[in-house]
Design a protein around this ligand. Structure first.
Ligand SMILES: Cc1cc2nc3c(=O)[nH]c(=O)nc-3n(C[C@H](O)[C@H](O)[C@H](O)COP(=O)(O)O)c2cc1C
Length: 275
C-alpha cells in the first residue's frame, strides 16, 4: 500500500493532483481543502508519481517518493524542437565498434536513464542482463551460431527465412554478424506471464539506445540474439535468465568506430486520418 502525506502549510488546494491522477484515487477534502485518497486508494495507487510531479509547491509526499529525494525539472534545460528532431532522426544503428571496453559505470548510467521509460500500469517489469567484455560476447555469439546450425539441420522455416545459413557461414569464417564484435550486450527481460513485458522491454531498450547515442556510445538491436535467448535453453542460461523469463529486447553497446555524416532517407509516412 502506498501512503500519501500532504504538507498543509504549502498545499495551495488547486486540485491539480486530483484532476491528473490516472486512476482517480484522489479526492478533495472540501473542508480541509487538501487532497486525500478515496477509501482503498493506497492499495490501488500505481506509484506513477503524477500527483507528485505536477504539484507546483511540492506539497505531496508519497511513501515511495519525496521532494527532497527527487530531481527538479528545469524546463529551460530541455532541448528545443529542432534539437529533438535532429537527435531522433540522427540516431543510427552502430555495427562497428572500437576495441575500447565499456565500463560498468557507463552501463549503470545508461540503465539508470532507461528505467524512466514508460511501462504498462507503471509496473516497471523490466530486468536487465548484461554480458560484459568482448570475450564473453564472443562466447554468446558462438552459442547463438550453434543454435542456428541446429535449426538449419532441422530444416526449420525460421532458419531459412532469417538466412541463418549466411550468419553461420560468416561466424565460421571468424566474422561476427550476430553481435557485431560489440564489447557489451544488454538484454531487457521480464516474466513470460506478464502481458506488459514485451512492450515495456521494447520501450526501455529504445530509451537505452537513445541514451547511448546521447552519451556518445553506439548501439544496435541484436534481434538474432533475442530470438535465440527465447528459443534456446543454453543461450538463455548463458544470459543468466530463468525459464520463467522472456527477453523483450537485446542491444549491442560500444564506442562507435566511425562517425556518420548524414541522415539516410526513409519511406514516406503511411497514415490514414479519420476526422
Ligand atoms: C527488433 C529489431 C531487431 C534488429 N536486429 C538486428 C540485428 O540482429 N543485427 C543488426 O545488425 N541490426 C539489427 N537491427 C537494426 C536494424 O537493422 C536497423 O534499425 C534498421 O536497418 C534501420 O537502421 P537505423 O537503425 O540505422 O535507422 C534490428 C532492429 C530492430 C528494431
Amino acid at each position: 500500500m502506498i501512503t500519501i502525506e500532504i504538507d498543509k502549510k504549502i498545499c495551495n488546494g488547486d486540485g491539480k493532483c486530483v484532476e491528473i491522477c490516472p486512476i482517480h484515487i484522489l479526492k478533495m477534502n472540501e473542508k480541509k481543502r487538501i487532497p486525500e485518497y478515496i477509501p482503498g486508494g493506497g492499495d490501488l495507487c500505481i506509484n506513477c508519481g503524477q500527483c507528485f510531479a505536477f504539484c507546483p509547491p511540492g506539497a505531496i509526499k508519497l511513501s515511495t517518493m519525496s521532494v527532497e529525494d527527487s530531481m527538479p525539472l528545469d524546463h529551460s534545460k530541455l532541448p528545443g524542437a529542432e534539437q529533438v528532431e535532429l537527435f531522433l532522426k540522427g540516431r543510427r544503428s552502430v555495427r562497428l565498434y572500437k576495441d575500447t571496453p565499456v565500463s560498468k559505470e557507463s552501463i549503470d548510467k545508461l540503465l539508470d536513464i532507461a528505467r524512466y521509460a514508460p511501462s504498462g500500469i507503471n509496473r516497471q517489469p523490466v530486468n536487465w542482463a548484461v554480458v560484459m567484455g568482448k570475450d564473453k560476447v564472443r562466447e554468446l555469439g558462438g552459442l547463438v551460431s550453434k543454435w542456428m546450425e541446429e535449426l538449419l539441420s532441422q530444416k526449420s522455416p525460421l532458419a531459412e527465412s532469417l538466412h541463418f545459413d549466411r550468419l553461420v557461414e560468416s561466424w565460421n569464417k571468424g566474422e561476427d554478424t550476430i553481435c557485431r564484435g560489440a564489447p557489451c550486450i544488454v538484454v531487457a527481460y521480464g516474466l513470460k506471464d506478464d502481458p506488459m513485458v514485451p512492450q515495456s522491454c521494447t520501450i526501455a531498450a529504445t530509451y537505452l539506445e537513445l541514451a547511448a547515442f546521447g552519451l556518445g556510445f553506439g548501439a544496435c538491436w541484436a534481434g538474432y540474439v533475442n530470438i535465440a535467448i527465447n528459443m534456446s535453453e543454453s543461450v538463455r542460461k548463458f544470459a543468466g535468465m530463468s525459464s520463467r523469463a522472456t527477453a523483450g529486447a537485446v542491444m549491442m553497446i560500444g564506442y562507435p568506430k566511425y562517425r556518420y555524416s548524414r541522415i539516410p532517407s526513409r519511406n514516406p509516412v503511411s497514415v490514414r486520418i479519420k476526422d
